[in-house]
Design a protein around this ligand. Structure first.
Ligand code: UDX
Ligand code: ADP
Length: 482
């Protein structure tokens, strides 16, 4: 414990209450958020013991595998950080209770998928995993704890967690903080090492401020104080949803313009460049695509829409829902364009997919546009052959089965996976680029052309290939927004 009277280097109000120096951290959930975030916290704070726990035994075994290529998450740079900290002060375990009991600070990093049942089905976040964590913490804790929400949660979730902890606990004191994660997959390690900002929300009471300061100190090990901002709990929870909604809105905005470009012979890349150089608009997140995916954007906007509707703010709800409507339209439009270009029938035709992940440099496929496009083309009885450098065949089948109403056996008849990209495209009528993996650019496109059915079509859903060069070979190319 240290007594904090002033905090000269921070932009925070000085915490007047005693704030705790954290010695032991537990993180519940060893997924895309918990795993990388805790690895970096442990790397930068060698004096803090960090234990990441998960119910999923295979996942924990993979995190502990001596062969770092077996880590359950592919994220550039993650293996080196795990190698440095694992066994020193970073541990992965399935013993959730022990880790909770030992920790001063507990991060909740479990999944909060969109509800698939009951009230708010298809929109609200399913908080059952979060609630289970809160109940488990309440049951096991015998000393005061700071509980940190890391998962994206609907605004006001902290109140529910607090109520469970305070009413079912063993009389120990809990402080709840919100510390949303802003890392993007594929660049998680650099985002964590060098974040634009770290956001910490907490109660504006002396105890709440002391808890905030304890977490500020953890990040302060490597993040400049000016980049650590603190707010009340509700602003922090809401800011995460709003940040993702604004980012997704930019993608849907440029995707809407991509359709207009195709109808007017404008070029969406030229338009994006021209508008992005206006410093008020900025150049980032203006890449037209087959549609955004990932675990956050759709879920968080649906959440925002649901919350707005619940509060009777129908115009606000409709405004944000349009971002999702546009994204659905972009995916459908891409699939429909393949069908109409291939003479209105793809039945029995081989269509090769390059990429299945929702973006490059990750093995995550949640909400990937590829799944939706495949489902739509399989409705038309196309034969899909997929190559992705990091996604397993099992994962692709699971994704399709989750989305589609067809039986697993039927889906398996239409979706094949290839581990060699040249095999995936052999004899294909068309290639659809669904993920912007860099390696696609350096393929031998002449060889690919020679081995395809003619006319050979390329539908570039990511504007990753050189359209002119492919056309010079003989391909018929359609790129988004051109
Ligand atoms: C996002 C937020 O960026 C991150 O801050 C938050 O913590 C989690 O959600 P992530 O989902 O990992 O991160 O990826 P992001 O880079 O935001 O991309 C989301 C989707 O939008 C991807 O499918 C991507 O391909 C697409 N996208 C992004 C575009 O289509 N065009 C763009 O210009 C940018
Ligand atoms: P995210 O992208 O938010 O990290 P993931 O699905 O990758 O989401 O990770 C969430 C992890 O949380 C999963 O590995 C899941 O097994 C784990 N999990 C969910 N509920 C609990 C729980 N009550 N106790 C421990 N782990 C849990």
């Amino acid at each position: 414990m240290s007594v904090e009277t002033t905090s000269p280097t921070t932009n925070q109000q000085p915490a007047t209450t005693i704030h705790k120096k954290i010695k032991s951290i537990c993180c519940i959930g060893a997924g895309y958020v918990g795993g990388p975030t805790m690895s970096v916290i442990a790397q930068k704070n060698p004096d803090i013991k960090v234990t990441v726990v998960d119910l999923n035994e295979q996942r924990i075994a993979d995190w502990n595998d001596a062969d770092l290529s077996k880590l359950p998450i592919f994220e550039p740079g993650l293996d080196a950080v795990v190698e440095e900290a694992r066994g020193r002060n970073l541990f992965f375990s399935t013993d959730v209770n022990q880790a909770i009991a030992e920790a001063d600070m507990i991060f909740i990093s479990v999944n909060t998928p969109t509800k698939t049942y009951g009230a708010g089905k298809g929109m609200a976040a399913d908080l059952k995993y979060v609630e289970l964590c809160a109940r488990q913490i309440a049951e096991v804790a015998t000393s005061d704890k700071i509980v940190v929400e890391k998962s994206t949660l609907p605004v006001k979730t902290a109140q529910a967690i607090k109520s469970i902890l305070d009413n079912t606990g063993n009389g120990v004191k809990f402080q709840i903080l919100s510390n949303p994660e802003f890392l993007a997959e594929g660049t998680a390690m650099t985002d964590l090492a060098n974040p634009d900002r770290v956001l910490i929300g907490g109660d504006q009471t002396p105890e709440g401020k002391a808890a905030i300061q304890s977490l500020v100190d953890v990040y302060g090990a490597w993040v400049p104080q000016a980049q650590i901002i603190t707010t009340n709990l509700w602003s922090s929870e809401l800011s995460k949803l709003v940040a993702n909604a604004f980012l997704a809105q930019r993608v849907s905005s440029i995707n809407a313009i991509s359709e207009l470009c195709e109808a007017t012979q404008a070029n969406v890349e030229e338009v994006a460049r021209a508008i992005g150089m206006d410093s008020r608009i900025g150049p980032k997140f203006l890449k037209a695509s087959v549609g955004f995916g990932g675990s956050c954007f759709q879920k968080d906007i649906l959440n925002l829409v649901y919350i707005s509707k619940s509060l009777g703010l129908n115009e606000v709800a409709d405004y944000w829902e349009q971002v999702i409507i546009m994204n659905n339209h972009q995916r459908d439009r891409f699939a429909n364009n393949i069908v109409s270009t291939l003479y209105n029938t793809v039945s029995g035709k081989k269509i090769a997919f390059l990429g299945w992940a929702f973006k490059k440099d990750t093995n995550d496929t949640r909400e990937s546009a590829a799944i939706y496009v495949a489902d739509r083309l399989i409705d038309e009885q196309a034969q899909i052959y997929v190559y992705d450098p990091k996604v397993s065949a099992k994962q692709m089948q699971a994704d399709l089965n989750y989305l589609s109403t067809r039986t697993e056996t039927e889906n398996a008849k239409y979706l094949q996976t290839q581990t060699d990209p040249y095999k995936a495209v052999e004899g294909a009528h068309a290639i659809a680029v669904l993920t912007e993996w860099d390696e696609f650019k350096s393929y031998d496109w002449q060889k690919i052309y020679d081995n395809m059915s003619k006319p050979a079509f390329v539908f570039d859903g990511r504007n990753v290939l050189n359209q002119e060069a492919l056309e010079a070979i003989g391909f018929q190319v359609q790129s988004i927004g051109k």
